[in-house]
Each structure stands twice: as C-alpha cells, then as structure tokens.
Design a protein around this ligand. Structure first.
Ligand code: NAD
Length: 384
C-alpha cells in the first residue's frame, strides 16, 4: 500500500513530499521517509534509506504524480515521454531537430513545414540518425493538428530571405512577412497544445516573441525567444580563448536586442568571482562577437548549428525543469523603466517556461543601452 502527504517538518511544505510505504499488511511494518525533491535521484536515496525496493518508491512517486509540489513532476514524469514540435524545417529548424535527436530530449518529435515533402525528408533522415542515440524516438512530419499535446513548440519558420544581404538587414527585411506568419500560426498552435511552452527563433526574434505572445493569449512566461543566448555563447567562446578559462566557467552575458543594439553586460561579467570589465581587450572581443554572426551569414547565407544547440539548451531546461539561468528574450514589464517589449535578460527556465526574471545590476551606460534596445525593438514591432 502506498500513500503520500505533506511533510509537517518542512516549514514551506513545498519542496518535500512524504512517501509512506507499507510492506505486507501489518501496520507495524510501516515506515516513513521524507524525500527532498530539490535533489535528483530521491527515489534511490529513499529506497536505500528505507530499505524498500526502488520499484516501490517509484510506484509511490507515480501514485502522487498529481501532487501540487512544483518539483515533483520532474521526477515522476518520464522525460522520454515528452513531445516537441518544430514549425519551419529549413536550415535552422533542421539543426534544432538534429540537436534534439542527438541529446535524446523527447520521445515524440513532429516536424511541420510549408512544403510537407521537405519535412518528410528531414523526419526520415533524423529517424535514421536516432537509431544511433540512447533513447527510442518517434520522428514524423505532420500538420499543425499533429502537434497536439506538445510540451514545447518551436517557431523556426520564415518567409524566403535575401541571402545576399548582411545579417542585420536580412533580419529586419523579414519583419512584415514573418509577423503575418506568426499571427496566423499561433492561435492554431496554442489550440492544439494549450499547455506548451513556445520557443520563438524566427527573426527578428525579439519582435516575433512579442507578436507570438500577443497572438497567443497565454501568460508571457510561456513564450520564450532564443534572444541573445547565442550571442552570449559566442562572447564567452572568445573570452575563453583569450583567458584560457573554460567557457562554462565564465559568466558573461550579451543582453538586450538580438540585433544591432545589443550590449555586453560587463558590470556582471566575472569568472571565479574576478570581474572582467577591467580587461581592456573585452570590448574588442565583444565587437568580434557582433561581427561573427555577420561573417558566417556572409559566407554560408544562413547560420544554423549554434542556434540549433542554443535552442536545444532552452528546450532541455524546460523539459527537465532544470531551472537554468539563460539570457533569452522575454516580456519586459518595468525592468530599468522599460515596458511592453521583449528583450533578453537572464531568466530562470523551467517546466512552466520563464519561472523568474532575474534583476542584474546595470551601470548607467548599460541602462542607456538597454533603453536603446527597447526603442529599436519597438520600432520593429510598429512595422508589424
Ligand atoms: N534567433 C536566432 O538566433 C536565429 C539564428 C539563425 C536564424 N534565425 C531565423 O530562423 C528563421 C529560419 O531560418 P532558416 O535559415 O531556417 O530559413 P529557411 O528559409 O531555410 O527555412 C524556413 C522554413 O520555414 C518554412 N515555412 C515558411 N512558412 C511556413 C509555414 N507557414 N508553416 C511551416 N513552415 C513554413 C519554409 O518552407 C522553410 O523550410 C529565420 O527567420 C532566421 O532569420 C534565427
């Protein structure tokens, strides 16, 4: 017999759940244990502590799956049973799909493209690729109706682009047509997957995130734009090269607009607690960061691998409820006096989308840069 209940010893009653297990039918055999759901593998810890089989503890976890603890779901829900849909399977959508397959992030992956044959080809190729992965995945091409019940929906569709234009100009040239696409698609996508978190990658990404949110009727936290995560990764890569420190150990964000007005948040850039803003080279590395996307675009006509992995990182944080802090585009309501526009700031990402927006310290010049980003993105939104 398996039951559950709140832990009276836990003052907030939130992060702990009681697992009460009875072996056999004797009440004397009852034992009780408390599992801290802030740490992974609690079922195994509990089974060792209590001397129960791990299956019994697993069963207890499943029995209480519907509990109100926000941390509980991530341990009881089989992450492999998640469903992700990608709308727009061009260079970027395909790279995101490949990153998802490589990491085995979900069980069901649905690809939707304007030209169905293209989605079918990518789905078949990816299904073969999944055979080399560690988890069984079902990858299919479909229509919007087949995205139903998705946990995450990625918007990576785009109107045809001028691939000879520079990256910034190409991003802005797409504004109107991509706005129309986002407005057309969002209501149907939300209807099909009312509980999904929506990840917007389509450019210009900050304006498209805003339009997606407006057309969705959902709380703003459920719509995330890939924003400056990719710019921050490039910046950290250059800093890593310069400082001979692993990029993971460098906290350095590019924030604001994923576009020309973006800025490095040097006031909060550090490694091992050592601030980076005193290094005279850092500004040159930021200029290199901004130039690098243009360079790749000029040579290839598109960028796709970095955004593929950046998107997979966001999706992973949603599906695993990892609560990673990532710089992504989100609705800004009052931060630094900025209102009603989507821009990148560091946020905590979990199963519900943006769980919390962080409030980094900004210098006076960074506040001015952030406001310039807001003005630039609002101008783009006005063209929609
Ligand atoms: N946010 C970022 O950091 C970032 C990085 C790179 C590219 N992007 C953007 O991602 C988008 C896609 O880029 P790409 O290189 O893959 O372009 P692409 O032209 O290769 O692919 C776009 C795909 O969208 C499909 N599509 C168009 N309308 C559709 C609809 N109504 N339903 C379903 N599919 C539809 C097209 O058929 C095409 O396959 C662009 O807006 C690009 O600027 C964003």
């Amino acid at each position: 017999m398996i039951g559950d209940g709140p832990n009276p010893n836990n003052s907030n009653g939130q992060s702990r759940v009681a697992i009460r297990c009875w072996r056999g039918s004797s009440a004397q055999q009852e034992r009780e244990g408390w599992a801290n759901f802030g740490s992974c593998g609690c079922a195994v810890v509990s089974s060792k502590t209590l001397g129960f089989t791990s299956q019994a503890c697993q069963a207890a976890l499943v029995a209480t799956e519907k509990g109100s603890d926000p941390f509980f779901g991530r341990l009881v829900k089989d992450e492999g049973a998640m469903k992700v849909s990608i709308v727009g399977v061009g260079h970027v959508g395909a790279a995101i799909a490949f990153a998802i397959v490589t990491k085995g992030l979900c069980q069901d992956l649905v690809l939707v493209n304007r030209t169905r044959r293209k989605a079918e080809g990518e789905a078949a190729d990816l299904q073969h690729a999944a055979a080399f992965g560690s988890r069984a995945m079902r990858i299919s091409a479909g229509e919007i109706s087949e995205t139903a019940g998705s946990d995450v929906v990625v918007l990576a569709m785009s109107a045809p682009r001028d691939r000879t234009a520079v990256a910034g100009a190409a991003r802005k040239a797409q504004v109107h047509e991509n706005c129309v696409l986002v407005r057309q698609l969002m209501p149907d996508l939300v209807q099909a997957s009312p509980n999904a978190v929506f990840l917007v990658v389509t450019n210009p990404v900050d304006a498209m995130t805003y339009v997606a949110w407006k057309s969705s009727g959902l709380p703003s936290g459920r719509i995330i734009g890939s924003g400056t995560l990719i710019d921050s990764a490039r910046f950290r890569a250059y800093l890593s090269e310069h400082m001979h420190v692993h990029p993971d150990d460098i906290r350095a964000y590019v924030l604001g607009e994923h576009g020309d007005t973006q800025f490095p948040a040097l006031s909060v850039a550090a490694t091992g607690g050592e601030r980076l803003d005193r290094d005279p080279v850092i500004h040159r590395l930021f200029e290199r960061t901004v130039a690098s996307a243009h360079e790749v675009f000029a040579i290839k006509g598109y960028t796709n691998y970095a955004i593929g992995l950046a998107s997979a990182m966001i999706i992973e944080s949603i599906l695993l409820d990892s609560h990673r802090t990532l710089p992504v585009s989100t609705l800004i309501q009052g931060f630094q006096g900025v209102e009603d526009v989507c821009l990148s700031i560091p946020v905590v990402i979990g199963r519900a989308g943006v769980v919390r927006a962080l409030v980094p310290y900004f210098s006076a010049s960074e506040i001015a840069s952030f406001k310039a980003c807001a003005a630039s993105v609002k101008e783009v939104i006005d063209q929609c």
